[in-house]
Design a protein around this ligand. Structure first.
Ligand code: AMP
Length: 356
């Protein structure tokens, strides 16, 4: 294992959204610098990073210059073009590594990886055309969800199929993109495990949080989740199994469906995760610091939870409630500095401490 990154060293972050912003703040608390690479103008992370490169992922000169200016590279989103990674990895270590990106960029690869590990997912099938969809619906049945294999987020690129008559329209919604069909899971609740692994193979998991989504977007995460002791153990063990299998370095979010038959993995995100924001006010070491520690080769911190917390996302017009939120007791406000309020856009979140 190489040495711990020293004070003043620089972490390169691909992506300048709110996750990159909160990673930058955590890095700076540890005396580390950050350099953000982001194609869009005025990124939220740019307000707090030490340096920002505004360039496209196709601009290989800009990528090389960025890499040369940093000690290690990490990222806040998983859809980084492969050619950009090829340029970067020649110059600096990328943590988490390529395998985690390869697996999580494609829902079919991801589900196959998970089931090969012996973990359970919703039933799924590769869909290439109307015939394969009809055949898959015969096996999986309805209701089902058709999802694009790549580039889906916040419920985008998904179409529900309640009966065979919905199939043609759902396929049309994919606009020719490769897709998978998933059987609809009747879950009692959704939880996620935010797990960290360091280069020496140590793993630390935060307490699982319970997630509520609306219109495909996460609204709240509450800790503790309503899980039995056994379910909680199963959740953290399976997350650790995923991290080990990928030889992973950094923080990952693993979303799970809780069913009477056990835990099913919905998806994994090779990065800090919205459902881990509660850790900022519920733990001594939050997910952002934990990720920075892992990629900087520091020992993982103690992520044990000292409070019950509910995280609520502030989406679009929710920001109008700021004056009231600012008067609430036991409520920590985290805003992302985004200029334009748009419907469905994550503008910030609050963490409310729940007193018993
Ligand atoms: P995803 O983008 O795959 O995380 O989907 C967003 C949300 O849609 C999930 O958090 C679930 O609430 C719901 N969802 C996705 N896939 C399924 C499924 N196979 N069965 C039931 N609900 C699902």
């Amino acid at each position: 294992m190489s040495d711990q990154l020293p004070q003043g060293a620089t972490i390169g972050i691909l992506g300048g959204g709110q996750l990159g912003r909160m990673l930058s703040v955590a890095a700076s608390r540890l005396g580390l610098r950050t350099h953000v690479f982001e194609p869009g103008a005025n990124p939220p992370a740019g307000h707090v990073a030490d340096a920002v490169t505004t360039a496209s992922y196709e601009d290989h000169d800009a990528l090389a210059e960025f890499a040369a200016s940093v000690d290690v590279i990490t990222y806040e989103f998983e859809n980084i073009p492969t050619a950009a990674l090829d340029v970067l990895q020649e110059l600096r270590p990328i943590r988490p590594g390529r395998e985690a990106l390869r697996v999580s960029q494609d829902r079919l690869t991801e589900k196959t990886f998970l089931t090969d590990l012996g973990l359970r997912t919703a039933p799924f099938a590769d869909i290439t055309d109307a015939d394969s969809l009809a055949a898959a619906l015969e096996v999986i049945g309805t209701p089902a969800i058709l999802k694009t294999r790549r580039f889906g987020y916040d419920g985008k690129g998904q179409a529900r199929i309640l009966g065979p008559e919905d199939a043609a329209k759902a396929l049309e919604d994919m606009r020719g993109a490769p897709a998978i069909l998933e059987g609809f899971v009747e879950f009692s609740c959704e939880v996620s495990v935010i797990a960290a692994r360091s280069a020496d193979g140590s793993v630390a998991c935060f307490d699982p949080g319970e997630n509520i989504h609306r219109e495909g977007i996460l609204r709240t995460t509450t800790v503790p989740a309503r899980l039995s002791g056994k379910q909680r153990t199963d959740a953290v063990l399976l997350a650790a199994q995923i991290l080990n299998a990928l030889n992973y370095v950094g923080v990952m979010g693993v979303e799970l469906f809780v069913t009477p038959q056990g835990l099913l993995v919905n998806e994994m995100a090779p990065r800090v995760h919205n459902s881990g924001h509660w850790t900022q006010n519920g733990c001594t070491i939050d997910q952002f610091e934990q990720h920075i520690r892992a990629v900087a080769n520091w020992p993982l911190g103690d992520g044990s939870r000292y409070a019950d917390v509910q995280m609520e996302n502030l989406i679009g017009d929710d920001l109008d409630r700021l004056p009231e939120l600012a008067r609430e007791a036991d409520t920590a406000i985290h805003l992302y500095g985004k200029g334009a309020v748009k419907a469905g856009r994550k503008m910030g979140h609050v963490n409310r401490i729940i007193r018993g």
